[in-house]
Each structure stands twice: as structure tokens, then as C-alpha cells.
Design a protein around this ligand. Structure first.
Ligand code: SF4
Ligand code: F3S
Length: 346
């Protein structure tokens, strides 16, 4: 079978490109410099990792992010190196032939394949809100997870329920881990997660042969161990109390901290401030937009995304705000009425 290096050469990349990618991979996985030579050898010899990727209640944004990964492996090499046996958006067969391909892959690579789930799961009303080939998503998940070497929940929907789980959650969306209780699930949250992080974790599994170290929420510590705020380049402004107060004033142009514009960086664990997006080019805060905490559970229900954390943490919700507005209007109307009566001498 072809090695990763062979795939690089066949795609027109040279040895320098290959070594650069391996170096980025080991660095992003937090492996010591001494692991570099061993990783090169492993990637030259190890067979392709087999991946089965199922989509449930999703928008396919995580798949988009995955195929646009650039800094660790060029995407054309990536799709050639990983044996992606089933992926509804990317594969060419459909219907009966696609389902047969999945069944065959699950049998042939029993206990060896990596199962990736994108999207939330819905057991409500016997799963009728998400079915593929006549089977409910819960049934498909349990069937595919049974013989998987590792299950990865990719994106905030698969990790926490995500946007489908937001109030009023009409389909009863839940995370993958809730269906697969007792089985280890690696959560890679984000809306979407960084493509390079997904790739690094798959390749990390190939190199080490085991799941990465996880936090109590099932997230790999290497990429979710710190908050955006911990590594944000605008942090010196935060520490100095310099905040942008609107998107186009002088303070915003000077690059001041976006806390008052609703930045949720202080409570959001993700690698955006270090790995960044689009080949390390930028991330939301660098583009002038506050982080709205897309990788955290229930981020969509946490109040208005442009409300500062001090407001959100203080139990801000639209219900409370509207109730306050109604009470305020009633008091205002009553006091105006009383004033008028007083002026009329009644
Ligand atoms: Fe923290 Fe956000 Fe300010 Fe960056 S922009 S320092 S993450 S509050
Ligand atoms: Fe999401 Fe915040 Fe990163 S909104 S993409 S976790 S900077």
C-alpha cells in the first residue's frame, strides 16, 4: 500500500513539503521534537486510516472545514491518504451502492475504522426527523459505533446538540455521547471546528494508536486546554482596560479588546487564537469580530451574541429583557397618567 510520502510525490509535492507537513503535525499534536523522526517513519509505513463519516442533523459545515484543511496536509493529499469509505457529501455513489459500500467497509475493517459523526442525533418520535436509507439516525449511529476503533463527534452539533438543540429544540436533538453512553467519544466542538484540528487528531491516532488525552467534556486537551482569551493577541488591551465600544470607532481601529462588543473568548475553549483559520491566516477576533463561543455547549441559547459577558453571565435572556421592558412600559405609562392627573388637580 502507498505510504503518505508516496502520495505526496504522486501529487507533485517534494520531500521538503512532506517534512514540513510532518513537522506541523507533530508540533500541533504537542509531541516533543524527538518524535519527529519516528513520526516520519510511521507515516511512511502505516496503512491508510479508514474513516466512515456519517451526517445527521447538520449543515455540512464541518465537512467543508475538514476538506479545506491546509496547514498540516494539503487537502488533495489528505483525501488521498485517508481512506474515506463513506461520506454522503463527498462520495460519488448514492442510494443502494453507497449503503452497500458502508456495510462492506464496516465488515472488512471491523474494530479498525474511525467513525466520525457530524450533526446532532434525534431520538424523538422514533427518530423520524433524521433517517437515511429507511433507518433512524439512532439506529445508524449504534450500528456503526459498535465495531469502531474510535468515535469522533465533530462539531458543536455532534458534541453538544448545537443549533438543532437550541430552544425550542423541535426535534429533541441530543449529542452523540448521550446515545453512546459507556463508549468513549472524542468531542471536537466548534461551529465548525478548525479543519487542521480534525486532521491532526486523525493523524495523531494513526501515529500513537490511541485516543488523545481528553478533558472532562471529552475534548482533546491539546486543542481545547486553554481559552481563546488565554492566547488572544488583544489580551494586553484587555489587561490595560482598553475596549472597543463600537465596530467602527477609533478604539476599534486601534485593535482594542472586543469584550464590550460581546466577546465570549474568556469562557471559550478552542485553538482559534493559536492554530487560526485558513492556513493560520486569521480568526474571528483578528478580523474584528468578537468570539461568540461557538465551541461551547448551548452557545446559541446564551443570550444575544453581541451582549458583553457581564450581561450574559448576569442571567441575561430575552425573556427577562422583554419582561423587564413590559414592566418598565407599564410603570412609565402609569406614572405619566398620574402626573397628568396631578397637573389637572385631580
Ligand atoms: Fe479576551 Fe476577547 Fe478581548 Fe481577546 S478580544 S482579549 S478574547 S475579551
Ligand atoms: Fe468560534 Fe470563537 Fe473560534 S466564535 S471560531 S470559538 S474565535
Amino acid at each position: 500500500m502507498e505510504s503518505l510520502y508516496d502520495v505526496f510525490r504522486r501529487r507533485g509535492y517534494n520531500r521538503r513539503d512532506f517534512l514540513k507537513s510532518v513537522l506541523l503535525l507533530t508540533a500541533s499534536l504537542g509531541l516533543p521534537p524527538t518524535a519527529f523522526a519516528r513520526t516520519v517513519r510511521v507515516l511512511e509505513l502505516k496503512p491508510k486510516p479508514v474513516v466512515i463519516w456519517l451526517e445527521f442533523q447538520d449543515c455540512a459545515g464541518c465537512s467543508e472545514s475538514f476538506i479545506r484543511s491546509t496547514s498540516i496536509l494539503p487537502s488533495d493529499v489528505l483525501l488521498d491518504y485517508i481512506s474515506l469509505e463513506y461520506h454522503e457529501t463527498l462520495m460519488s455513489p448514492s442510494g443502494f451502492y453507497a449503503e452497500e459500500a458502508k456495510k462492506e467497509a464496516m465488515e472488512r475493517y471491523k474494530g479498525e475504522y474511525i467513525l466520525i459523526i457530524e450533526g446532532s442525533v434525534t431520538p424523538k418520535d422514533k427518530g423520524i426527523y433524521c433517517t437515511v436509507s429507511g433507518k433512524s439516525n439512532v439506529e445508524l449511529l449504534k450500528e456503526a459505533a459498535k465495531d469502531a476503533k474510535l468515535v469522533i463527534a465533530v462539531g458543536s452539533c455532534a458534541s453538544w446538540g448545537g443549533i438543532p438543540h437550541a430552544e425550542p429544540n423541535p426535534t429533541g436533538a441530543i449529542p452523540v455521547s448521550q446515545v453512546l453512553e459507556g463508549k468513549q467519544v472524542v468531542n471536537i466542538p466548534g461551529c465548525p471546528p478548525i479543519g487542521d484540528v480534525i486532521v491532526a487528531l486523525i493523524m495523531g491516532l494513526v501515529i500513537t494508536g490511541k485516543a488523545p488525552e481528553l478533558d472532562s467534556f471529552g475534548r482533546p486537551k491539546t486543542f481545547y486546554g486553554q481559552t481563546i482569551h488565554d492566547r488572544c493577541y488583544r489580551r494586553p488591551f484587555y489587561n490595560a482596560g482598553k475596549f472597543a465600544s463600537s465596530f467602527d470607532d477609533e478604539s476599534a481601529k486601534r485593535g482594542y479588546c472586543l469584550y464590550k462588543l460581546g466577546c465570549k473568548g474568556p469562557i471559550t475553549r478552542n485553538a482559534c487564537a493559536t492554530v487560526r483559520w485558513n492556513g493560520g491566516l486569521s480568526f474571528p477576533i483578528q478580523s474584528g469580530h468578537p468570539c461568540f463561543g461557538c465551541s461551547e455547549p448551548d452557545f446559541w441559547d446564551r443570550g444575544f451574541i453581541y451582549s458583553p459577558l457581564s450581561v450574559v453571565e448576569g442571567e441575561f435572556s430575552w425573556k427577562t429583557a422583554l419582561a423587564g421592558l413590559a414592566v418598565g412600559t407599564a410603570i412609565g405609562t402609569a406614572s405619566a397618567l398620574i402626573n397628568r392627573k396631578l397637573q389637572e388637580g385631580k
